[in-house]
Write a protein that binds this ligand. Structure first.
Ligand SMILES: [Ca+2]
Ligand SMILES: [Ca+2]
Ligand SMILES: [Ca+2]
Length: 464
């Protein structure tokens, strides 16, 4: 029986593979048909590389093809071909470069990748004494280098063609997860001259602006209601299922923050289609692998010294997965650390599950330890860090970026997302008290400075 099952599975697998190949070929044929209209020459589309493909629940297939020349990919030169459930092309788009053969400067690098890394470090103003050490190749074939003076993780290097003016330059494309900051650079160094060509930061920073913590109800209420409807529908579905109910005492969606409402108990809010084994699974078999704030989508933990590793104070819900911890908004938030980490774990999981409903699934490159479908890359759950770098800030070892801030690094599929939540400096005061304080700037400053340095839940309303 088991052999029959394996045989059936293999037949199905190879049928699926053949079907996918057919669809990719259809996409390539479509591009060839369009070549005249798109002003492409044969060399412009004769060496296309499948970047990714994914099929939605409704059977719509999205195929992404990367233009390349003699095996070297052209950066950001992509074509998206969409086919319906019957395999008919229903949409196309491209930003291919025409006349590629005449525009390529060379296919042979002059500068070694180690040198390119040193040039990249120089461009960023970094100081170092050593050299990058070669570590072989990644699963996808990129060269890997260790250089802890410059980056936290291995640097990957790959030859690519980059558009510069009206020509294509051979570059070393480098992935640099920087030491000493949250920056995660995707950088291109000219493989002939060693000069800097371009860079893009995978890290998004969020600095609190004036009035950031207002209840923007007029513009947000529609979104909240929509999310709330979805969450209610999900809850109804969930609570008809027989799964061990984890529970989290949190500011549950649509409550955004303490300014927007109270905490409540969220019961096992995992959305089945997005997190079918709950939020504490990593192996795709019923039962939690972790009783701490860790699972397939996120590991939430404290990182007060900003070494990106857990501080060793796990937030643990026990065998019942009951995450119910006290929170005192009048005290330094670190005294309510378990409640804060639980809230972070809940919120990142909700972001994962809700965005999956909107199409950001494992097949389309989301953040998960294990991809239950087997499609696209796993091993890239979010590392959500609470109180990030707060100890460094207090001991004066770091710059103001460790306070009143947050950032999220989102490298390519297969690499962990990294969310760093900083502390917020001042406390929420009663409106009347603040109005009184605002009459006297000196008093306002002294009150702000005398309060605990950090509190992510409480903020001053300066704009009175
Ligand atoms: Ca499990
Ligand atoms: Ca960190
Ligand atoms: Ca992924």
């Amino acid at each position: 029986m088991r052999n029959l099952f394996i045989l059936a599975f293999l037949v199905f697998f190879f049928q699926l593979q053949a079907q996918n190949q057919q669809l990719v070929q259809k996409a390539i044929d479509h591009i060839a048909q369009k070549s005249g209209e798109w002003q492409l020459q044969k060399a412009d589309y004769s060496d296309l590389v499948l970047s990714s493909m994914a099929t939605s629940e409704k059977g719509i297939t999205y195929i992404y093809l990367n233009q390349s020349y003699q095996g070297i990919p052209v950066r950001n030169a992509m074509s998206t071909i969409v086919l319906d459930a019957k395999g008919k092309v229903v949409s196309d788009a491209h930003n291919f470069i025409s006349g590629i053969a005449e525009k390529v400067n060379t296919l042979t690098p002059v500068v070694l990748p180690e040198k390119a890394i040193l040039h990249a470090g120089g461009h960023l103003g970094a100081s170092f004494r050593g050299q990058p050490i070669a570590k072989g190749r990644s699963e996808k074939g990129q060269l890997l280098f260790s250089f802890p003076e410059l980056t936290k993780s291995d640097i990957s290097a790959e030859l690519k063609l980059e558009k510069t003016g009206n020509s294509l330059s051979l570059v070393w494309n480098l992935q640099l997860d920087m030491v000493g900051s949250a920056d995660y650079w995707d950088m291109n160094i000219d493989a002939v001259t060693g000069e800097f060509v371009s860079k893009h930061n995978y890290t998004t920073y969020c600095t609190h602006h004036h009035g950031a913590f207002d209840k923007h109800e007029k513009c947000e209420i529609g979104t909240f209601r929509k999310i709330n409807r979805q969450a209610t529908a999900v809850n109804k579905l969930l609570h008809t299922q027989q799964s061990a109910a984890a529970s989290y005492t949190v500011y549950a969606i649509p409550v955004e923050s303490p300014n927007h409402g109270d905490r409540s108990i969220a019961f096992d809010d995992a959305y089945p289609a997005a997190s079918p084994f709950g939020w504490h699974d990593t192996d795709g078999v019923q039962g939690a692998e972790f009783t701490i704030t860790r699972g397939n989508n996120v590991h939430a933990y404290q990182d007060k010294n900003d070494d990106d590793n857990p501080d060793g104070t796990d937030t643990n819900g026990g065998d019942n997965l009951k995450f119910d911890f006290p929170m005192d908004l009048t005290q330094d938030p670190r005294q309510s650390a378990d409640a804060a980490v639980t809230n972070l774990f809940y919120m990142v999981n909700m972001m994962h599950d809700v965005s999956a409903q909107l199409g950001f699934t494992e097949e389309f490159g989301n953040f998960q330890q294990k991809n239950y479908s087997g499609k696209a890359d796993g091993g890239d759950y979010v590392l959500a860090q609470a109180f990030d770098g707060i100890s460094l800030h207090e001991s004066g070892q770091t710059n103001p970026s460790k306070i009143n801030n947050a950032n999220f690094s989102t490298p390519s599929d297969g690499f962990n997302g990294r969310m760093q939540m900083k502390g917020v400096r001042c406390l929420l005061m009663h409106l009347k008290a603040l109005k009184a304080l605002f009459l006297n700037t000196e008093a306002r400053n002294s009150v702000c400075l005398s309060l605990p340095e950090t509190n992510p839940q409480l903020q001053v309303k300066w704009q009175l």
